[in-house]
Design a protein around this ligand. Sequence first.
Ligand SMILES: Cc1cc2nc3c(=O)[nH]c(=O)nc-3n(C[C@H](O)[C@H](O)[C@H](O)COP(=O)(O)O)c2cc1C
Length: 183
Amino acid sequence: MANAAKMNSGTIDPIAFRNACGGFATGVTIVTTKLADDEHGMTANAFMSISLTPPLIAISIAKTAKMLEYISRSGRYAVSILASGTEATAMHFAGRPDDSVTDPLRQFDDLPVARLACAVFTADVEQTVDAGDHVIFIGRVRCMEAAAEEQPLVFHRGRFGKLCEHRPNLILNTDFPFEGGHW
Ligand SMILES: Cc1cc2nc3c(=O)[nH]c(=O)nc-3n(C[C@H](O)[C@H](O)[C@H](O)COP(=O)(O)O)c2cc1C
């Protein structure tokens, strides 16, 4: 790796660590839950699928986020994989309320989810893992809905982006969506 600075575990600076992890391009999700009628949403890119059978997903929530208490108390959450063009919604749920974002959520399986999404999942918390300054919530998926035609919002090195045109000779998985097997 050209121009790469090496650090070992004793000297890893949190900001340098965050910047290095920012090289991993992700999608963007809105995590939502509710306590009685009190709905709460938060932008998160620390989302992953964990298991196909049973269907498990995970999210990582900062201990400083209000969402931590919401999910701890409700025991369930929804994840909406945001569609391309929803940057304002992503920032709205990241602590930057935006008046231009009107009515971004709808109800699905008794939880709020984003209207403009590639896929939405609702899940019951199955395992809670204390992980440094975050808590990981592994959830068993209860319901899902996917819009295969939607393109995703992308996040990389602190910036939003979108996918560029596929290059036909680089497509590995000509049989997607898969009928069986793994990724
Ligand atoms: C693109 C993006 C991704 C984020 N990913 C996460 C994440 O995975 N986990 C997390 O705890 N915060 C994440 N955040 C920060 C939270 O969205 C932000 O701190 C939010 O205001 C917390 O909301 P709350 O305290 O009202 O629950 C992310 C922010 C952005 C813009």
